[in-house]
Structures are given as structure tokens and as C-alpha cells.
Design a protein around this ligand. Structure first.
Ligand code: DHB
Length: 309
């Protein structure tokens, strides 16, 4: 039994795509919707208007992960709202919104709030590292607090936020204290580790075109950072705020570790991109095998129960 629940969203499998992976176009969303194993899906982070994103090349595979600087390519808010209205939701869809300003975020959230046909989960992305000239809101605590205060003055549907990784325990304390003031459905942690740099030494050149080669790092090399953020936030957040664990999941053991740290659901990014949607079936089978070997029936049997020495 791999069921899980966040707010009104009940799933029979805890896995979903990480936002950005295979979720920009109608055809990609259809693939995720029809994929038989994953319990939910999330859209590409959207902006009010469609965007091409950053110049190419903007994704590069590394030995133990990936680096990207996509720059928020997406089809625009209305496209995704139209998708939801015109396609059967075989599984729940989380709407990821990422305005480039407070005003853009508020505009999209107002439309979602006023749309009676939409009752799903929304995720406000405060952590895109790749838009040229735009800092990550979640690293500016007063600005994030201002935004959330205004959002929750009118937004009454389930809302979570996507966070970047934090690296100092003082920052864990500060972000958790801030977030605990709000009735968030969940936090999704981590986004990519922002502004890494990879270099091809033969040609002495960066591998990405945007931002002089700087980009967000994902994949198995970020697993320790992801686990620390899931664990550190689970220890600090109100129990009513669930956690979607994201970052560095390539197999069932990685997913098991995220759940031990307190994840309610787990998303797969780089590995899903590299392996294709079959990753859901494989990782689910691997997780089920570990649970059977340990005699666990439910995720709740071990969720958050990490042992310390
Ligand atoms: C992009 C990257 C992110 O990590 C994110 O949260 C949103 C958008 C991007 O480059 O498209």
C-alpha cells in the first residue's frame, strides 16, 4: 500500500514527476496522465504568458546528475487551465505557478481562486534559479513573507510552496518559523541546487549557453542535500504541512530514505528525464521490495522514523 494524501488529494501511489520534467505540452501531460503507476502529476511551472525560455543548450547530463538553465519555458497559464478543463483527470494534477513578480503570482492565484471548476492542489514556486536577473524569492525571507501574507488574505484552496535547498540550520529555523504562520497544504523540497557550473575541460568551455554557463544542479549528487532539507523541515514544520520530497531519487532506496526523513510523496526529476516514464514502475517495484523485506505494509510504518545514533 503506497497511498498518501495531501489536503484533498488522495493518491494510491506516492510518486509524481518533478515539475519541469515531461509536463510542458499537452502531449507530455497526456503521457503522464496515462502512465499507469504514478499517483499524481505536476505541471511545468507557468507564467501568465507563454515563454520560449533561455537560449540553447540549456540542459546537460552529468555523470551523477544534471545541470539546467531552462528559463521557465511554458505555454502560459491559460493553456494549462484549458488543459485541465478539457482532459479527464485519471490522476490528480498539481498546478505549479511561478510568476516573475509578486504581481504575476497574485494574478494567477486570483484566477485559480475564482475558478469554481478548479479544486485541485496548487504549488507556488518560490525557487526558480534560472530566470535571468530574477533572484529566488525563497532566499529573501521578508519578501517571501510579504507574498504569503497577501496570498493567504484571499486564497482559500489548498496551496503548497516549492522551496530551494537551504544549507544552514539557522535558515531551516527561519524558513520553518515563517511558513508555520500559514495554512500551507505542503512544501515541496528541494528545487535544484541553484547556480552550479560545469565545464568541458577539453574545450575549456561552459556547457550551458544561458547565464555564462551557470545552472541548477539535480540528480543523485543532490540526494544528501535533499534528504537534509526534507528531514530538517519535517522536524520544524507544523504536522499539518505535508512534505513532497524531491531531489536525487534514482531508485527505491532513495525514495525509502526520503520517506524515512518524513516525505509524504516523492517526486522524480533528472532520473525521469534520463530514463523515461518507465522509471515510475521500476522505482515503485524497488520500494515495494524493500518494504516487503522489512515487513512494512504502509508508508506510515516508517515515514519520519529515521533513527539517530
Ligand atoms: C525552471 C527551473 C526551476 O528550477 C524552476 O523551479 C522553475 C523553472 C526553469 O529553468 O525553467
Amino acid at each position: 500500500d503506497l497511498s498518501a494524501q495531501i489536503a484533498n488529494m488522495k493518491v494510491n501511489n506516492l510518486f509524481l514527476n518533478a515539475s519541469g520534467i515531461h509536463c510542458q505540452t499537452e502531449a507530455e501531460l497526456d503521457d503522464l496522465m496515462q502512465e499507469p503507476v504514478s499517483g499524481a502529476m505536476v505541471t511545468k511551472s507557468m507564467t501568465p504568458q507563454s515563454r520560449f525560455g533561455n537560449p540553447l543548450p540549456r540542459y546537460y547530463r552529468l555523470a551523477n546528475g544534471s545541470i539546467n538553465s531552462m528559463g521557465l519555458p511554458n505555454e502560459g497559464f491559460d493553456y494549462y487551465m484549458d488543459y485541465l478543463k478539457t482532459h479527464d483527470q485519471i490522476k490528480p494534477v498539481i498546478v505549479s505557478v511561478a510568476g516573475r513578480s509578486k504581481e504575476e503570482d497574485l494574478a494567477m492565484l486570483h484566477t485559480l481562486q475564482d475558478d469554481d471548476s478548479y479544486q485541485g492542489l496548487t504549488e507556488l514556486n518560490l525557487s526558480c534559479p534560472n530566470v535571468i536577473g530574477e533572484p529566488q524569492m525563497a532566499y529573501d525571507f521578508p519578501a517571501a513573507n510579504d507574498l504569503l501574507k497577501e496570498v493567504f488574505s484571499f486564497y482559500k484552496k489548498p496551496l503548497g510552496i516549492k522551496l530551494p535547498p537551504y544549507f544552514d540550520l539557522v535558515h531551516f529555523d527561519q524558513i520553518a518559523e515563517l511558513l508555520n504562520q500559514y495554512p500551507l497544504s505542503h512544501v515541496n523540497t528541494i528545487n535544484s541546487i541553484g547556480n552550479g557550473l560545469w565545464i568541458d575541460v577539453n574545450s575549456e568551455t561552459v556547457v550551458l549557453k544561458p547565464k555564462g554557463g551557470f545552472g541548477g544542479v539535480g540528480g543523485s549528487m543532490v540526494l544528501p542535500t535533499a534528504l537534509a532539507n526534507v528531514r530538517g523541515l519535517r522536524q520544524r514544520l507544523n504536522p499539518s504541512i505535508k512534505i513532497i520530497g524531491t531531489g536525487g531519487v534514482t531508485n527505491g532506496r532513495d525514495a525509502f530514505a526520503h520517506i524515512l526523513c518524513g516525505a509524504e510523496m516523492v517526486s522524480i526529476g533528472t532520473q525521469l528525464y534520463e530514463e523515461g516514464l518507465g522509471a515510475f514502475e521500476r522505482v515503485t517495484r524497488e520500494l515495494t521490495d524493500i518494504m516487503e523485506a522489512k515487513g512494512y505494509e504502509l508508508l506510515a510504518d516508517f515515514r519520519g522514523k529515521l533513527k539517530v545514533i
